[in-house]
Write a protein that binds this ligand. Structure first.
Ligand SMILES: [Zn+2]
Length: 129
């Protein structure tokens, strides 16, 4: 029954997306101070619910709050950048995919190896001669 397999796959994908959306909506509402669990709203409401939650969150904000949120986001970004720089300063390496890996990480999550990044693919092949 090939149709069954496809149906199960669709259900699994749908459930995964639902869980992600549910968590996003729940996080947004929690951040805004709503204590109710909005997970299921996100789960069944999908992208529309995410947009709705986000819109509701920012619509209820005062300009000061909005400014504070913007600052918080910028600060978080700066922190991330600082953390990346720290890793590089300690001997870490930056992968072409954009991920910065610590010195003890020998291959990136994307599959690139440290040696490949540092010396290039050609150098890796040459070394094997
Ligand atoms: Zn990578």
């Amino acid at each position: 029954m090939r149709d069954m397999g496809a149906l199960v796959l669709i259900l699994v994908i749908w459930a995964c997306l639902g869980i992600v959306n549910g968590q996003i909506v729940n996080e947004i509402m929690k951040e805004k101070g709503y204590t109710k669990n909005y997970f299921w709203l996100g789960f069944f409401g999908g992208k529309g619910a995410v947009r709705h939650a986000y819109g509701r969150m920012t619509a209820l904000m005062t300009p000061e709050e909005r400014e504070a949120l913007k600052k918080k986001k910028e600060e978080k970004k700066r922190e991330m950048e600082a953390h990346k720089q720290e890793l590089i300063d300690e001997g870490g390496w930056k992968c072409p995919c954009g991920k910065v890996n610590a010195v003890y990480v020998s291959s990136c999550a994307c599959g690139m190896s440290k040696r490949e990044v540092k010396y290039g693919q050609a150098a890796v092949e040459q070394k094997e001669e």
